[in-house]
Design a protein around this ligand. Structure first.
Ligand SMILES: [Zn+2]
Length: 79
């Protein structure tokens, strides 16, 4: 399989899917995906996409909850 964006080589990997929609935010770890070795674009099979949507809808018990520090790019680093 080739990357549809850059034509680069795509390989199977386990990735962390980041769900970020209207200030709702969560990760799904160890998601099987095809990742472009050139541009890093991730591709998910229809089955995987369906399961991710299912997880987003149902919000069953997460395996763990982590605190994520969020930074504002525009903030001055040192003032
Ligand atoms: Zn690519």
């Amino acid at each position: 399989m080739q990357c549809v964006f850059c034509g680069g080589k795509v390989e199977s990997r386990q990735v962390t899917f980041v769900y970020d929609y209207e200030s709702e935010f969560f990760f799904v770890e160890n998601v099987p995906a095809q990742v472009c070795t050139q541009c890093g674009e991730k591709f998910y099979s229809p089955e995987v996409t369906e399961h991710l949507i299912h997880l987003a809808k149902t919000r069953l018990k997460p395996t763990k909850v982590v605190k994520v520090p969020v930074f504002e790019y525009a903030d001055p680093v040192l003032s």
